[in-house]
Design a protein around this ligand. Sequence first.
Ligand code: SAH
Length: 437
Amino acid sequence: MTANPYPLGLRLHGRRVVVVGGGTVATRRVPALMDAGADVLLVAPELTPALRAQVDAGRLHWVPRRFEPEDLDGAWLVQVAIDDPMAAASVSAVAAERRIFCVRADDRTAATAWTPAVTRHGPVTVAVLGGGDPRRAMTVRDAIRDLLAVRLGSDGTASTRGRPGSSAGATGGTDVVGAGGAGSAGSAGGAGGGRRAGRVALVGAGPGDPELITVKGWRLLTEADVVVADRLVPGLLLDELRPDVELVDASKIPYGPSRAQEEINQILVDRALAGAVVVRLKGGDPYVFGRGGEELLACAAAGVPVTVVPGVTSSIAAPAAAGIPVTHRGVAHEFTVVSGHLAPDSPASLVRWDALAGLHGTLVILMGLKNLAAITATLIAHGRPPQTPAAVVQEATTGTQRVLRSTLGEVAADLLAADLRPPAVVVVGDVVGTLDG
Ligand code: SAH
């Protein structure tokens, strides 16, 4: 009978961790050590390309030879990631002599420390040990991860929201502190008197399939007090919000489009200054024809901190959902995403359709159905061949997705005949049909 392990959270920032071995096990172990800020020293005659890239980028130290006892000088922890039991045992022996904990990939029973199966959820880390059985640990971890994805918003809010800055996480997104300066969230009048600081997250919801939101976007959504959602946001995501979350449907705001945008900006700022965690949920990616930049500027001007979480944009995902890669080796080495909401001859148009006609690559047109006849005619008039393959993808990645295959010369007429409607993207280029047959 072996005694129970004693769980610890090691704070490895700036501390030396030695990894012996440079193969697939080391490749899998090193990222979490780097995430913890450890000063990682790799000891191995050879490295996988992934590890080599980290060494080349100056993020890891590498001693290109077999292990020597002095490699453990100054180390707090050693991970043995080699198969050879004799070599591994000799590392273990040196580590034990020096009282350095030693994780062994080859033999758990000989190790002095075990690495748990882990799931991270914002500031919360859950580590599971399976009594020496890694599969059991992973099964339990997976179950907890699923629970947390759904529950942490309601159960974990008190702890995550109480600490300013913790709920939006620091990694991955772009954190922008408003004009009020770092730490002065709500300086324009909201967060005084001990009230908690509000903030805004501009979150891309993806193109339509609710599973195509990012992990980070989903987490922020589960932590929100207020959600301001667009028309194109997958309804199922909103279905799962807690009942006490205030849901503002941005598409129902009256007035014209520009006034409505001002209203939305005002709602974001007002709620955040009142202390709310606000998620502005937008279809696709917030910065692709999504007016995310305007909302960011409005929040910044009011001193409200903003996090931007990119999303899967329909400009790439809609073609993909129809089996069309926007680039393909030997077929298209570029793709251009353009808005078709203004006719090519509109004085307000910022698009050089004549120049686009001269490109060989893929052209992806968003918001282009209404003006498609004028757009295709302009492209053809400036030299893009009418027989260039073209496709229209409506409501991509949803259960009602429809795809039309055609050519540049005929797509506008075919579109009317097929009665396709927005939201849809139009794809022009030889990539259409590349993967067929
Ligand atoms: N920010 C969004 C685009 C907003 S503009 C993004 O990154 O995807 C709105 C246009 O996006 C629509 O008119 C349509 O052209 C396109 N679009 C959005 N969702 C779509 C979907 N599921 N299928 C096809 N086109 C879509």
